[in-house]
Design a protein around this ligand. Structure first.
Ligand code: GLU
Length: 434
């Protein structure tokens, strides 16, 4: 469509919250887009689309606390891009959630969904709240009020939330119920990551960790790194890091270090991962685990290892610690864990990074399977789910590996090339309305 006369002007001043000089996750996303733009050919004229989220909704979420007082929380739902399909992405509850963060997370969902070629755009939601400080009834009221507030833009064919940091199957059940009560029908497809008995999918709970493991094995094989005996260090021990650690350990790797929000444990011979999972479940952290050496949290970055899996929050690997990392391979389980400056340092040092937008795409891939199953009311076996998941992840990694080799770029840039081409080709074909 090179004869399309539309030119997107770039000279208009950006709204303040889109300012590329604003540090933070959104600023990082903008830098990543700038890096990929020279590779986009004619489609580059649409690149401004990626630099402006399609729709941002900021909502007040007032709830009655158990003591009778009313507390207000700030909630967000950002639909970054819907050129390829409905918005899709999780909802995060965290005391540090900001609009900039949710915008970046929504944008990374657009890239991720396009990279693994599931027919979704990108969206993300969040509430600025420390959920650990809420009782279960308060958490339910918060979830239900938030869902009602964003109900004007979500829906099974519009935008489909899912779990993210500090949200889970139970939160998805409340979201599904609230949306369903408001529209007057049981709409299972409005969220994914639901309990199995409410239209959830087998394998969804484990999917992100399984995807991290799957691409980790493939990347290691390509590097000539044997998983058996490989030393793995994991940051974050929740749904992503915990499950990935278990799968690597089951495959014969040595999980030597785990760091979470409260501590860091180390065992050169390899941690007993099932025992550590039980300990973390019982106490809320890996801290205090017997049978391992306790390290200061910060020392995690110096641990001798072959594979590093950041599976916590954004901006963990920065200029300040990138030089200290000893791994040869980094598999990004978290969204946005590496800053662009750290990316450059690590690439310079020959460390291979499988970026978040491929490495942690297993979750949304099985979310897609869940959504399809909900629409057809026909459910697949866990074996079918896992086989399809592995096929999607391997194909996606193969494709971006090929582009990286071909163009001499990092896997991150290659993934952005593949994904941005898909998004912007759809954008170009759809044209401007009106
Ligand atoms: N929150 C997950 C992610 O960051 C899953 C999103 C989804 O399943 O929609 O990819």
């Amino acid at each position: 469509m090179s004869d399309n006369p539309i030119r997107v002007a770039t000279s208009h001043a950006l709204p303040s919250y889109l300012d590329p000089h604003h540090l933070g996750p959104w600023g990082i996303f903008l830098q990543q887009v700038d890096r990929v733009t020279p590779y986009l050919g004619n489609l580059a004229r649409w690149v401004e689309t990626l630099k402006r989220p399609k729709r941002i909704l900021v909502v007040d979420v007032p709830i009655q606390m158990d003591d009778g007082t009313v507390a207000h929380f700030e909630g967000y739902r950002v639909q970054h891009n819907t050129s390829r399909g409905p918005g899709k992405g999780g909802v995060r509850y965290h005391q540090d959630v900001t609009l900039s963060e949710v915008m970046a997370l929504a944008a990374w969902m657009s890239i991720k969904n396009a990279a693994v070629n599931v027919p979704f755009g990108g969206a993300k939601g969040g509430i600025r709240v420390d959920p650990r400080k809420l009782s279960l009834p308060e958490l339910e009221r918060l979830t239900r009020r938030y869902t009602s507030e964003i109900g004007i833009i979500i829906g099974p064919t519009k935008d489909i939330p899912a779990p993210d940091v500090n949200t889970n199957e139970r939160v998805m059940a409340w979201m599904m119920d609230t949306y369903s009560m408001n529209v007057g029908e049981t709409a299972t497809g409005v969220v994914t990551g639901k309990p199995i008995s409410l239209g959830g999918s087998l394998g969804r709970h484990e999917a992100t960790g399984r995807g991290v493991y799957t691409v980790g094995v493939q990347a290691a094989r390509r590097m000539g790194l044997d998983i058996a005996g490989a030393r793995v260090a994991v940051q974050g021990f929740g749904n992503v890091g915990g499950i990935a650690a278990r799968l690597f350990a089951e495959a014969g790797a040595r999980v030597v270090a785990v760091q979470d929000h409260a501590g860091c444990v180390y065992a050169e011979a390899g941690l007993d991962v099932p025992a550590l999972l039980r300990h973390a479940k019982a106490t809320g952290s890996v801290a205090g685990f017997e049978g391992a050496q306790a390290l200061p949290r910060e020392q995690f970055w110096d641990t001798p290892c072959d594979i590093l899996i950041p599976a916590a929050l954004e901006q963990q690997i920065t200029e300040a610690n990138a030089h200290r990392i000893q791994a040869r391979l980094i598999i990004e389980g978290a969204n946005g864990p590496t800053t662009p400056a750290a990316d450059d340092i690590l690439t310079e040092r020959g460390v291979l990074i499988v970026p978040d937008v491929i490495a942690n795409a297993g979750g949304v891939t099985v979310s897609y399977f869940e959504w399809v199953q909900d629409f057809s009311s026909f459910f697949w076996t866990e074996e079918e789910i896992n086989q399809r998941l592995v096929a999607v992840m391997n194909n996606a990694l193969d494709a971006v590996w090929h582009v990286a080799d071909d163009k001499g770029v990092t896997l991150r840039t290659a993934t952005f090339i593949v994904a941005c081409e898909r998004i912007l080709r759809a954008r170009d074909l759809r044209g401007l309305y009106p």
